[in-house]
Design a protein around this ligand. Structure first.
Ligand code: NAI
Length: 465
């Protein structure tokens, strides 16, 4: 008899776990209460990138004359853009549905909770309940935005990232609370569409988890777009105004007040585990996140958990990698995740991406490091694409020249970073990166040049003598 696996949650963690388990011969049931694809496909990565794509083209078209194009009557058609966003999402969601069906997975649209260690109760849309027995269970319930209990934060003008993707019009102005990935991407999106954006970040720098140099490059770029950025600043309250809201902020410059059309709260996400009835099976949690061992098994043997629900690095690609590993382990394998090669990607234009250790992290970990930098101003393809201020930075172990981390700021950095991730996975050296023949002309040449630069051997920039 085949192993019966129930997967709770149909996001990038859950649906990938279901597909992998089915591939390995399991009889899989996936329960999802909303739409397949989870946050990423429905109200996260995919719709954000669909909107950013148009916003970037809009900005590029504004300097059409400089690149040999004549554009007249350029303007944003918001309803059509929203329609396109919805269409992209719909296509991808139905793609996931098709993949699951073709893999033989049963998909139930309902809300699941644990009944005990080996069974799950599902409440269907009509209120009826169904109890399903399982040999193994994989929990992949994702996360939800953190809501801060600040005065005025229950006003309709204060929105979260999901609502920010389907506004009925482009707002005149927006204060973004939180200079993390969501704050930065949505500020870039709306500023490019014509909104006056202000970012308020409580820490001394935006994107605090990123390499300082990379975060600074994004900061400079956003400021150049016209976004006002206040770091080391705290939002205190929000009150209704004649038009929009007035937001009180304590900043380094003193007490500030901003009148804006809306406020986007983007101060992080937390695991969504409420209502799962984890206690019934004895699944342990720590500050709301489900705790797992290095094989992604919870405190209850046979129950696994993946993705945002276990905290850690809350990214879709991490959830999918964990989903694969959990499914394999549920089917009797003993796999572990290598988190060393998780890329971080920021979809501003130019994009920012990094993998491995930042310079600060490498130093903190006790490495003696050498740094290779290559400016994209010296790269032909980047110049053609109109890059301003991009770079590749490689952090290497001085002793063995092993690549420890790579940071890229420039066009399609989020694609280029995969080469660096592979380099880390293969424990590649600077020499191996540099002597890999890169296509010309391509922005990827800058990776080889940065590897050379670490040893003062770059060919396309003057070297220190
Ligand atoms: P985040 O954790 O990336 O950033 C939140 C920011 O808000 C931090 O910089 C924090 O210091 C700041 N903050 C916290 N409290 C504050 C306060 N009271 N006032 C002002 N600032 C405050 O969280 P974010 O941006 O909400 O994203 C949530 C999750 O979604 C993250 O795990 C992120 O990695 C993921 N995500 C990833 C994307 C990507 O990979 N491109 C895109 C969007 C989200």
């Amino acid at each position: 008899m085949s192993t019966r696996i129930i997967v709770i949650g149909g996001g990038p963690g859950g649906y990938v776990a279901a597909l992998r388990a089915a591939q390995l011969g399991a009889e899989v049931t996936l329960v999802e209460k909303k739409a397949l694809g989870g946050t990423c496909l429905n109200v996260g990565c995919i719709p954000t990138k669909a909107l950013l794509h148009t916003a970037d083209l809009f900005r590029t078209a504004q300097r059409a004359a400089t690149i040999g194009l004549k554009v007249e009557g350029l303007r944003v058609d918001w309803p059509t853009l929203q329609q396109r966003r919805a269409n992209v999402v719909r296509r991808l969601v139905s793609g996931v549905d098709l993949l699951l069906k073709q893999a033989g997975c049963q998909v139930i649209n309902g809300t699941a909770r644990l009944q005990d260690k080996r069974s799950v109760t599902v409440t269907l849309a009509d209120g009826s309940e169904q109890v399903l027995a399982a040999d193994k269970i994989i929990l992949a319930t994702g996360s939800e935005p953190v809501r801060l209990p600040l005065p005025g934060f229950d006003l309709p003008e204060v929105i979260l990232s999901d609502a920010a993707l389907s506004l009925d019009k482009v707002p005149e102005s927006m204060l973004i609370m939180g200079g993390g990935v969501i704050g930065v991407e949505l500020a870039s999106l709306y500023q490019n569409l014509g909104t006056r954006c202000i970012i308020v970040e409580v820490l001394p720098q935006i994107l605090p988890n990123l390499d300082k140099e990379l975060a600074q490059a994004v900061h400079t770029h956003l400021a150049r777009l016209g976004i006002k950025i206040h770091t080391g600043a705290k939002v205190k309250s929000c009150v209704p105004a004649d038009q929009g809201v007035t937001v009180a902020v304590t900043a380094q410059e003193g007490e500030l007040s901003f009148n804006v059309s809306c406020v986007l709260a983007a101060v992080g996400r937390r695991p969504a585990t409420a209502g799962l009835n984890l206690e019934a099976a004895g699944v342990a949690t720590e500050q709301g996140r489900i705790t797992v061992n290095d094989q992604l098994e919870t405190s209850v043997p046979g129950i696994y958990a993946v993705g945002d629900a276990i905290g850690g690095i809350m990214l879709a690609h991490v959830a999918s990698a964990e989903g694969t590993v959990a499914a394999e382990n549920a089917m009797g394998q003993g796999k572990k995740i290598d988190y060393k090669t998780v890329p971080s990607c920021i979809y501003t234009q130019p994009e920012a991406a990094s993998v491995g250790l930042s310079e600060e992290e490498a130093l903190k970990a006790g490495y003696k490091v050498k740094i290779g930098r290559f400016p994209l101003a010296a790269n032909g393809k980047a110049l053609i694409e109109g890059d301003r201020g991009g770079f590749v930075k490689i952090v290497a172990n001085e002793r063995y020249s092993e690549v420890l981390g790579v940071q890229i700021f420039g066009p399609r950095a989020t694609d280029l970073i995969s080469e660096a991730a592979l380099a880390l996975r293969l424990e590649a050296t600077l020499d191996e990166l540099a002597t890999t023949i890169h296509p010309h002309p391509s922005i990827s040449e800058a990776i080889a040049e940065a590897a050379l630069a670490a040893n003062n051997m770059a060919l396309h920039i003057p070297q220190r003598r």
